[in-house]
Ligand binder design. Structure first.
Ligand code: HEM
Length: 463
């Protein structure tokens, strides 16, 4: 009797639900697409984007069509967004409607189970483990190790003509390994570095997996990296010791990660940590060189820390508290992150039809929040091309300054990145001077914006 009554009710509810869903979808389909042009079939506007400074492409589109516009690049229809409100909509408030998306070849290189590509419960689990290893309480304990890596690196560079970006990559690679493997990193540094440097050559190569290609060599190096990591994991399991580093965090979780999941995420963290931080350091060295008054202010601030420690009879090593006494240097980092905006944008994909401000963002379209356009908006940051760290004496408005992204996939390594930059700058400005060599006004792109030729400089120890 009850079933006779319930079945028709259930069927009618289902009918209403399906009808409403179809109605909403068809209504969405009637919404206009954002303004903009899609260029030629298939190639779209890819040539326009890559034949010039990409920032000029984005800025000219924004000027013409406003802060939400459509285009077609790298074989994908895209919606570009360049207002703080739209970026918050995509990355924070409606993040569940936009999934992270990367080219398939990148996924194969880094590993399918890396944090960037994941969503839902697995992503939450990984984020908790990564954040546990990179929160201030954890990274405080490696300050003296980071300091000795910085001192050693500077010492080895003095008197030489160097390519700043290359050398900064070595520094940030070593710090990344330290944060992953703790003090054990020195044991494996050589092998891991050799494999990682081969692996990265495949990141931007054609994904053709036949012997002799960059991609093939890269995939082999990836396998070797995974083997080395499996060996480290097995040694740690036998020793049964607790470790405070990222590997320790991954291995200590109750809901055990497999060796493969750990390898994908270790490689992913090296990828996320190295070139980003190295590019920012390179830009800081350039901006300080171009702005002698700012360099003097930073040097004075860092020397004051040394004097204060001498006065109190404290050890010369930096402490966490010392890094909190560097407001001028911290503003230089913020302003560099804004002006250089090394990650100009990020990628998401709409998982269903989404309405934004009366426009339709169709399911499957890529959505690109343009961080750089927001950071260079004259309404938000007056005179945006000027390098002026003092603008950060006032805290920026919410969602206007996003060098580390925003929302569920924002950067969990931001504290470590700032810490390693501060430590490096402390030793650089107090003990060394440098001069830039050759023309240094150009910028090169791919994937990050960098000073021309990686910024050749000569580094000299102060007498
Ligand atoms: C100045 C240097 C750095 C910058 C500018 C930077 C920037 C970013 C940005 C913008 C994102 C978000 C991307 C998105 O939403 O699609 C991100 C994600 C990430 N970053 Fe960083 N990052 C830096 C350094 C680091 C370091 C040092 C680490 C690790 C030690 C790290 C680990 C990660 C990871 C694991 C993610 C993915 C998070 C997730 O998907 O949940 N980053 N980073």
């Amino acid at each position: 009797m009850e079933l006779h009554f319930l079945l028709p009710l259930f069927a009618s509810l289902l009918f209403v639900f399906v009808f409403l869903k179809k109605f909403i979808q068809s209504n969405n389909r009637r919404l206009p697409l954002p303004p903009g042009t899609m260029g030629w079939p298939y190639v779209g506007e890819t040539f326009h984007l890559y034949s010039q400074n990409p920032n000029v492409f984005f800025a000219s589109k924004q000027k013409r069509y406003g802060s939400v516009f459509k285009t077609h690049i790298l074989g994908c229809p895209c919606v570009m967004i360049s207002s703080p409100e739209a970026a918050k909509f995509v990355l924070v408030t409606k993040a569940h409607l936009f999934k992270p998306t990367f080219p398939a070849s990148k996924e194969r290189m880094l590993g399918k189970q890396a944090i960037f590509f994941s969503q839902g419960q697995y992503h939450t689990q990984l984020r908790r483990l990564v954040l546990r290893a990179f929160m201030p309480e954890s990274i405080k304990s490696i300050i003296s190790n980071i300091e000795s890596i910085a001192q050693h690196s500077l010492h080895s560079l003095q008197g030489r003509l160097i390519t700043t970006f290359q050398e900064m990559k070595t520094y940030t690679f070593n710090v990344a390994l330290l944060s992953i493997l703790g003090e054990e990193e020195v044991l494996y540094r050589g092998d891991l570095k050799r494999c990682y440097y081969i692996l990265e050559q495949g990141y931007n190569s054609m994904p053709i997996n036949v012997p002799g290609t960059f991609f093939n060599k890269s995939m082999k190096a990836r396998k070797e990296l995974a083997r080395i990591l499996a060996k480290i994991i097995s040694t740690r399991r036998q020793m049964k010791m607790e470790h405070n580093d990222l590997l320790g965090s991954f291995m200590g979780d109750k809901e055990c990660l497999s060796d493969q999941q750990i390898a994908d995420n270790v490689i992913g963290v090296i990828f996320a940590a190295r070139d980003t931080t190295a590019s920012v350091l390179t830009w800081i060295i350039k901006y300080l060189g171009d702005n002698p008054s700012v360099l003097k202010a930073v040097t004075d601030e860092q020397e004051a820390i040394i004097r204060e420690k001498e006065k109190c009879g404290e050890e010369q090593c930096l402490s966490w508290a010392d890094t909190k006494k560097m407001p001028i240097t911290s503003r230089v980092i913020q302003e560099t992150l804004r002006v250089a905006s090394i990650l100009s944008f990020t990628f998401r994909e709409a998982v269903e039809d989404v309405e934004y401000e009366g426009y339709l963002i169709p399911k499957g379209w890529k959505v690109l929040p343009l961080f750089r356009n927001i950071h260079h908006s004259p309404e938000i940051f007056p005179d945006p091309e000027k390098f002026d760290p003092s603008r950060f004496e006032v805290v920026p408005k919410p969602n206007t300054f996003m060098p580390f992204g925003n929302g569920t996939h924002s950067c969990p390594g931001n504290e470590l990145a700032k810490l390693e930059i501060l430590i490096f700058l402390h030793h650089l400005t107090t003990k060394y001077r440098w001069s830039m060599v050759g023309s240094n006004s150009g910028i090169q792109y791919g994937p990050f914006a960098l000073p021309q030729n990686g910024l050749p400089i000569r580094l000299i120890r102060k007498s």
